[in-house]
Design a protein around this ligand. Sequence first.
Ligand SMILES: [Mg+2]
Length: 173
Amino acid sequence: MSRPCVFFDRDGIVNQSPGPGYVERVEDFHLLPPFVDALRLATERGYAAVIVTNQRGVGRGLMTEETLHAIHDKLGKALAKEGLTLLDIFYCTANDNAHPHRKPNPGMLLAAAEKHDLVLAQSWMIGDNEKDVLAGQRAGCRTILVRTDTDSTVADYCVPTMDDLVPLLKTLL
Ligand SMILES: [Mg+2]
């Protein structure tokens, strides 16, 4: 059965942003409570939820793919405690900006839609970087940017912080 999806960027949306670097250790992955609320709302309103994340730190040899899996296992367990699940997590470890799955390219969203029969035109992409917005737009989704500096964004909606996301989603989903 085809259905709409909320695509979430990971760092800065699902978990505390590591700044310019990467979350390279399981113990450095800290879930953001407003994401849990956003996931719950999306689920209640009939949306699937998929994380799409660039993880070039793997491609650069700063961390292993096994560590990335361990981090995502920790995330899955934390969400399960809340009674929540993600449909999938797509990540791109490529170092090459031209890789079709590396945001701002839309490959991860397109692959998720193909794999899970998602309706992109009824879906949303939420991220804290313009690359997320562009990937969502190129996939045919509507977009929300969570950022204070929104001067040059092409996002459909902007909120300054994660605390502002759920109130917006209540009006949109
Ligand atoms: Mg981010």
